[in-house]
Write a protein that binds this ligand. Sequence first.
Ligand code: ADP
Length: 421
Amino acid sequence: MKPIQLGCIADDFTGATDLANNLVRAGMRVLQTIGVPEGPLDVDVDAVVVALKSRTIPAADAVAQSLVALRWLQAAGSRQIYFKYCSTFDSTPQGNIGPVTEALMDALGCDFTIATPAFPDNGRTVFKGHLFVGDVLLSDSGMKDHPLTPMRDANLVRVLQAQCRRRVGLIDHRAVAAGQCAIRARIDELKAQGVAIAIVDAVSNDDLLRLGPALADLPLVTAGSGVAIALPGNFGLQPSAQASALPPASGLRAIVSGSCSQATNAQVAHFIAGGGVAHVLDPLRLARDRAGAVAEALALAEAQLPSGPVLIYSTAEPMAVAAVQAQLGTEGAGALVEQALAEVAQGLLRLGVRQLVVAGGETSGAVVQALGVRQMQIGPQIDPGVPWCHAFGNDGPLHLALKSGNFGSDDFFTKAFAQLA
Ligand code: ADP
């Protein structure tokens, strides 16, 4: 493995893919690993994104895991470290954004870093230190009622200060608009005032592209995935088709869908309306006889896969989901369906499937774990936020697209396979 340029630590799985996707589009060859790899990797890439699941675990555990990831990334040659968190700054008053940032600063001997979740392409903008989600302040968005990380204050300087020992300040839009020299001058000014971490305003990709060069010398950058569009240039890399090149795809094609989002319901309906072969898994049937239901789905797949992609889904409309949840409990139903879909995915691979689309964030996590996937090279984007990946699992290499709930156009499934062909 040649030394990597950029080492990234992401606090959740789909967020890691989101970051990797932005880096690839800006010209980096990127590998995403599930957890910290045990040794060196057998690939040449410009960046590695280590996906942790550390967003809502106790702060001390998040710090410990992030430091293990840091040590691996340093050993792999990283010239800069990128700590990636959610573009809605998901955290509690205890962390984990602040504690992980400070632990990484301590370990890197770093006296200054930035923090910005701005991702204008996704409607996340920061102005005067306040985070907007679409047209509303973070504190007026749906995030105010999030079950694990309710965000009730849009002032990120205040939010981050509550999680940090170091002083938090602001690089505001005037400095960002004035470009690299003004941003560097503002960093010097903040440092002289004893500020060690600065929230950065950004309302457009142009803001991020002006910010990027000013970050070239920082050992640590902390951000959502937006800043990633502006970093590869610092390593002399430009957008290129080679960055997203994957080995050619082969094998049979299938889709496993456990997402019940509006977008996924529309995608399933579109696939079926277009004549696609599909088989539904009924959670109540799974509760009675999971093995039988999974075997039935796989028997249909075995017969139909040679003629084209097969969809196996539990995707349902909200009323149907609520009825199932009333009988099995929300968590019980979720875990049961996830387990069944993961078994279906394992069975599909045994049948020769090597191009697999998975719909649903939790569903993707369950499938990736069941397939023993430890690393994925990130390829071309199918729709914003969803790239094809070349993954290595227990059954060898396969092409995998992991789509979190609300992503993708109605024709996502057919579009995905057409792109790979
Ligand atoms: P999304 O990315 O859309 O949120 P997830 O996979 O993260 O999708 O979450 C969907 C959850 O709903 C999973 O836990 C899944 O097992 C569960 N689920 C899927 N189908 C059904 C269904 N028909 N009834 C009840 N729960 C379901």
